[in-house]
Design a protein around this ligand. Structure first.
Ligand code: PEP
Ligand code: MG
Length: 869
């Protein structure tokens, strides 16, 4: 195998092999942009190293050959004493994992070559020693695994109240000695002076960093497969820390927060790359580079335009200026907020760079769902205590915590928390995941907190510099003098950057208002409207709603539902009607039972009338009553206590207790529910069907569909169907009669069941429960986190449909059901109907529709469109 590619050999389509960074460096090289020369070690080499525990045969020879070529091209050898070539060793996986893996800069420096470097830079000793101390610091931390604080503290002690740029050559030389002492004390060995050895160790450290705990956590969060491995890029060093005519920065071709066009980025003079992200010194806005170095600035803008036109998308960029010469160190299609994604997609259509079809594929259902989150009520009274940068939008309210551990702890107890830090680093990842929002007092829109929060869709305000954050005292102080301590509640607005004391009430987002029928004049709403409209015209799947009240039905319709796919009838038996259900259960003989049913029937009828009216002429699938009867009866313990202790126990109480005991089940979800209930309690289903038929007869255009739950055998369905057909015939109302497929046996005998069913609707909640044997109400809390950790699945099968198992049953049922009855109508009504990946699956297996809760309807519409394109 070939394990090493020169930048001139790669291109952007080779991300699997070269990682995102390597592939895009090669692409920029091909575009003729100023990229320092270098080469990439493939992800395949990493995978080999991680599984076999050793570098693959031939890799070291290939690396040596490429290094020889690089040295020849540069006219200097790695670490050459009088004129050294230095390199950086940079991680870069297929998917960007910001800050999660390692990078080592300035490889090739030692006690001799440091002088050569100073000479190269025109006698700049300060720069050379600064680079050398950076090497030992990064190498010590990432390659030798030493505690980074050891170095940080030594640096802080030396600096005192000064900035790192105030240290002179002599001081930095002294710092190098201190650092070498730390390495010796901690490892018992000297810092390795041999440049090639430094490089070899750094490469292995980058490979190893694929499995660093924070990288594992990040991958799980972002659903990145665990076995991809990272590539390693070896790049000739260019230096941003030579002096004030040098520097380093990051830039976006558009605002990744809002999507607005313009110049967005941060620049740091006299610094190396890691300083920007780490927030060591405060950066300046990129626009100010124009004043400092107009030539480089103009060239950068030119390059940004080239990259946008080439990638036809927002790009983010890392660059370095070395003594007035601009170098590109990285580019990629940049992460962005949900709002930016929609705006940018339509801007690119208007610019003629992409088609509307492509625009639909550039946004996701998850992003649309984010735009539907509530925002703070503009009219509410609020106490603003600070303003930072609007790094990642949303409205978050929670208790303040100052460490990742506390965030995880409190969130584990169900509390909403806001993680407050001066700045975050990759070790804060667990806390960022646990928190509702993140607030930092340092760092810009490209800081770690901002980048990671945007990627996760988590609300973030960063760089609120007026706040004095003291992590050790677990509090922060506002310019107004308020002290906010751990546990106090604050509200942060990631769309404006504002921070409020206390809880601020939230209201609907503009996008939800738009779905509700108002037409706010807002460019985001226009972008959503355009993209969703195009998705609608592209999709094959119909989208229906799970709704069981007229209000929900009406909202679902406003959100674009084309019918109701699941109207559960259980809730219609609660509240005041509980009494009637009790009467039904206690009924002694035919007459009493019928009386109880007769009392329920008009109530049910009016329920259905309301829903039919709300849905106009769209189909409404009504599911006959499903869950176990005891859910409608009093609690066994409560009732036992009452009967045993209360002075005024009635005879009814005693009979009720006997019934509750009789009906008590060890495994209710596998017990007397669904069709079984209908078969056991004579007249119950008939009453519901009559109510449906009479309601339909009163609402012109009503299109009822009757759905029987939990069927496992065609015989169950047959007997219910016969009775229902008879009642429909009596009332002269037409309605399809079909069944849910939610028991594995039903899927496996779909051909038989289709003989008696005009439609199938997959109840994937129960189907998942019964296929895995997972109690849907218990397992997520009990052990799913362990299962996720073990990688048994990457995401809960109750959230995203398990294609291999549950999905296989669905395929069988669709195929065999349709073979038996070609016009069989097939949909899904489990929670998966609103999950993006599951919607794609439903499209692939040829379902006719998905049905989901009203708020997921727009998501399902968009994803159904994306699946079809
Ligand atoms: C299902 O099981 O997927 C379903 C929709 O029914 P319920 O959730 O009411 O059991
Ligand atoms: Mg079910």
């Amino acid at each position: 195998a070939k394990y090493v590619y020169d930048f001139t050999e790669g291109n952007r389509n080779l991300k699997d092999l070269l990682g995102g960074k390597g592939a895009n460096l090669a692409e920029m090289m091909n575009l003729g942009l100023p990229v320092p020369p270098g080469f990439t070690i493939t992800t395949e080499a990493c995978r080999h190293y991680l599984t076999e525990g050793a570098l693959p045969d031939g890799l070291e020879r290939e690396v040596a050959e490429h290094l020889d070529a690089l040295e020849a091209q540069m006219g200097r050898r790695l670490g050459q004493a009088d004129d050294p070539l230095l390199v950086s060793v940079r991680s870069g996986a297929k998917f960007s994992m910001p800050g999660m893996m390692e990078t080592v800069l300035n490889i090739g420096l030692n006690d001799e070559s440091v002088h050569g470097l100073a000479k190269q830079a025109g006698g700049n000793d300060r720069f050379a020693w600064d680079s050398y101390r950076r090497l030992i610091q990064m190498f010590g931390k990432t390659v030798l695994g030493l505690d980074g604080d050891l170095f940080e503290h030594a640096l802080d002690e030396l600096k005192g109240r000064r900035q790192d740029t105030d240290l002179d050559a002599g001081e930095l030389q002294g710092l190098v000695e201190t650092y070498k002492g730390i390495v010796r004390a901690q490892t018992g060995k000297d810092f390795p002076a041999d440049p090639r050895e430094q490089m070899r160790l750094a490469v292995m450290a980058v490979f190893d960093s694929w499995n660093a705990p924070r990288a594992i956590l990040y991958r799980r969060q972002e659903r990145i497969p665990a076995d991809l491995g990272t590539a390693v890029n070896i790049v000739a060093m260019v230096f941003g820390n030579v002096g004030n005519d040098s520097g380093t920065g990051v830039a976006f071709t558009r605002d990744p927060g809002s999507g607005q066009q313009g110049i967005y980025g941060d620049y740091l003079q006299n610094a190396q790359g890691e300083d920007v992200v780490a927030g060591i010194r405060n950066t300046i806005p990129l626009q100010e580079l124009e004043r400092i170095d107009k030539r480089s600035y103009d060239e950068l803008l030119q390059i940004m335009e080239t990259l946008e036109n080439h990638y036809r998308d927002l790009c983010d960029i890392e660059f370095t200026i070395e003594r007035g010469k601009l170098w590109m160190l990285q580019t990629r299609v940049g992460k962005r907020t949900a709002a930016a994604a929609f705006r940018i997609a339509t801007q690119l259509v208007d610019q003629g760079l992409i088609t509307l079809d492509e625009a639909v594929t550039r946004v996701t259902g998850d992003q649309l769902a984010q735009l539907m989150f509530p925002r703070f009520d503009g009219g509410a009274e609020k106490k603003k205590i600070a303003k930072g940068m609007n790094a990642s939008p949303g409205a978050a309210v929670g208790k303040v915590v100052f460490s990742s551990e506390r965030a995880v702890e409190l969130a584990g107890r169900g509390e909403d928390v806001i993680l407050v830090r001066r700045e975050t680093n990759p070790d804060d990842l667990a806390g960022m995941i646990a928190a509702r929002g993140i607030l930092t007092s340092r760092g810009g829109k490209t800081s770690h907190a901002a980048v990671v929060a945007r990627g996760m869709g988590k609300t973030c305000v960063c760089g609120a510099e007026e706040l004095e954050v003291s992590t050790s005292e677990r509090r922060f102080t506002t310019p107004g003098g308020e002290v906010v301590s751990e546990g106090d509640v604050i509200s942060i607005d990631g769309s404006t950057g504002e921070v409020y004391l206390g809880e601020v009430p939230v209201v609907d987002s503009a996008v939800v208002e738009y779905f509700e029928g108002s037409r706010p004049d807002d460019d985001l709403v226009r972008a959503v409207d355009r993209i969703l409209g195009h998705a609608d015209s592209a999709r094959r799947l119909l989208v229906r709603a799970n709704a069981d009240t007229p209000e929900d039905a009406a909202r679902a319709r406003r959100f674009g539902a084309q019918g109701i796919g699941l109207c559960r009838t259980e809730h219609m038996f609660l509240g005041e009607r509980r009494q009637l259900v009790e009467d039904l259960v206690l009924a002694d003989g035919e007459e009493e039972r019928q009386a109880a049913l007769d009392a329920l029937e008009p109530l049910q009828k009016s329920d259905f009338i309301g829903i039919f009216k709300a849905m106009g002429g769209d189909p409404v699938t009504i599911r006959l009553i499903d869950p176990p009867l005891h859910e409608f009866l009093p609690d066994l313990v409560d009732l036992s206590v009452k009967v045993a202790t209360s002075p005024d126990v009635t005879d009814k109480d005693r009979r009720l207790l006997a019934a509750v005991k009789r009906l008590h089940e060890a495994n209710p979800m596998l017990g007397l529910r669904g069709v079984r209930l209908g078969l056991v309690i004579p007249g119950l289903f008939a009453m519901q069907v009559r109510a449906i038929a009479q309601a339909a007869a009163e609402v012109p255009g009503a299109r009822p569909e009757i759905m029987i739950p939990l069927v496992a055998a065609v015989q169950e369905l047959e007997s219910v169907r016969e009775e229902a057909s008879r009642i429909l015939a009596e009332t002269g109302v037409e309605a399809l009669i079909g069944t849910m497929i939610e028991v594995p046996r039903a899927a496996l005998t779909a051909a038989q069941i289709a003989e008696a069913a005009q439609f199938f609707s997959f109840g994937t909640n129960d189907l998942t429960q019964m296929t895995w044997g997972f109690s849907r109400d218990d397992v997520e809390a009990a052990f799913f986190s362990r299962y996720l950790e073990l990688g048994i699945f990457g995401v809960s099968p109750f959230e995203t449909l398990d294609r291999d198992g549950v999905g296989r049953l669905i395929r069988i049922a669709v195929e065999e059901g349709r073979a038996a009855r070609p016009d069989l109508h097939v949909g899904i009504c489990g929670e998966h109907g609103g999950d993006p990946d599951s919607v794609h699956f439903c499209h692939e297996v040829g379902l006719d529709y998905v049905s989901c809760s009203p708020f997921r309807i727009p998501v399902a519409r968009l994803e159904a469109g994306r699946a079809a394109l």
